[in-house]
Design a protein around this ligand. Structure first.
Ligand code: CP
Length: 310
């Protein structure tokens, strides 16, 4: 199998369609491993990974840790709140100290946009961005595309509608960059105050009325309302948001029969999506989580496993 010719995975803005395709192809092989009863291969034996999370995470952190275990890597996890950061140590010093212990790859989630790029410039180890502020969440974008590709057999030519707080969403940005490169048409919908200011540069269409946006849609992606990143006054109330923009069966009447409903999680049930849809037959929300393990195994393999010099 080929290796990615890059040190880091920082965003899908900078990855080519060929690189994305290589990750998705590799994830398909990895998914076969996680379907086995004994989920263990020696691929990353002797390779060392640091998981550094300065923000809460369930799916991303657990799936990276499982990916490392399934591939026999040695890994340590450090939470920002229990690290020496709270004693005033800088991010660069923290990671350089861990790097001299032999760490070859750092998985980092950080509240500041650009933190992963900064870290990648500061250390020799590979860096995988597990979400940086409002910028990108590339592994989520890749696992979403893998889920779509597995379910639909293609990405090119599909209409993907992203509904909700696009402005504050690193998941939306990574999906937009990736999906556009893979030939999908991306439409965003939601209140104008939650739309990104650089919409033209992102190359997406905007349709403020959800019922119109979803007409003929192949995939609808609901986004979590990023309450922690919002200034006040961007929409009147959660109740009003749910009434005007929340996804429910009535609102999706115009979408295609074989529609996929996605959400990166965590889900605010009854706000951005109804439980009926989140748990319904079109939902692939839990499949997205399974895809996350396969895609993260693929990335670790492509960054570390395929290039080891003995
Ligand atoms: N989708 C996602 O990033 O979820 P977590 O915050 O739980 O990692």
């Amino acid at each position: 199998m080929q290796a990615l010719r890059r040190k880091d995975i920082l965003g899908l803005e900078e990855m080519s369609a060929e690189e994305i395709t290589l990750v998705l192809d590799t994830a398909r092989s990895m998914r076969e491993i996680i379907q086995r009863k004994i989920k263990k291969v020696p691929t990353l034996r002797g390779r060392t990974v640091l998981n550094l999370f300065y923000e809460p995470s369930t799916r991303t952190k657990a799936s990276f840790e499982l990916a490392q275990k399934y591939m026999s890597a040695d890994s340590v996890s450090v939470a920002g709140t229990s690290s020496s950061l709270v004693k005033g140590e800088t991010l660069k010093d923290t990671v350089r100290n861990v790097e001299v212990m032999g760490v070859e790859c750092v998985i980092m989630r950080h509240p500041v946009s650009g933190a992963a790029h900064y870290l990648a410039r500061s250390i020799e180890a590979s860096v995988i961005n597990a979400g940086d502020g409002m910028h990108e969440h590339p592994t989520q974008g890749l696992l979403d595309m893998f889920t779509i590709w597995e379910k639909k057999g293609r990405i090119e030519g599909l209409k993907v509608v992203i509904v909700g707080d696009v402005r504050h969403s690193r998941v939306a940005r990574s999906n937009i960059w990736g999906l556009k490169k893979m030939g999908a048409r991306v439409v965003i919908s939601g209140p104008p105050t939650l739309m990104p200011p650089d919409r033209a540069e992102l190359g997406v269409d905007y349709c403020p009325v959800v019922e119109e946006a979803v007409e003929g849609a192949d995939v609808i992606m609901a986004l979590r309302l990023q309450k922690e990143r919002q200034e006040s006054g961007l929409f009147p109330s959660l109740r009003e948001y749910a009434e005007l923009y929340g996804l429910n069966a009535r609102r999706l009447a115009g979408a295609n029969e074989d529609l996929l409903i996605m959400h990166p999680g965590p889900v605010n049930r009854g706000i951005e999506i109804s439980s009926e849809l989140a748990d319904g037959p079109h939902s692939v929300i839990l499949e997205q989580v399974t895809s996350g393990v396969a895609v993260r195994m693929a990335l670790l393999y492509l960054l570390l496993g395929g290039v080891k010099e003995e």
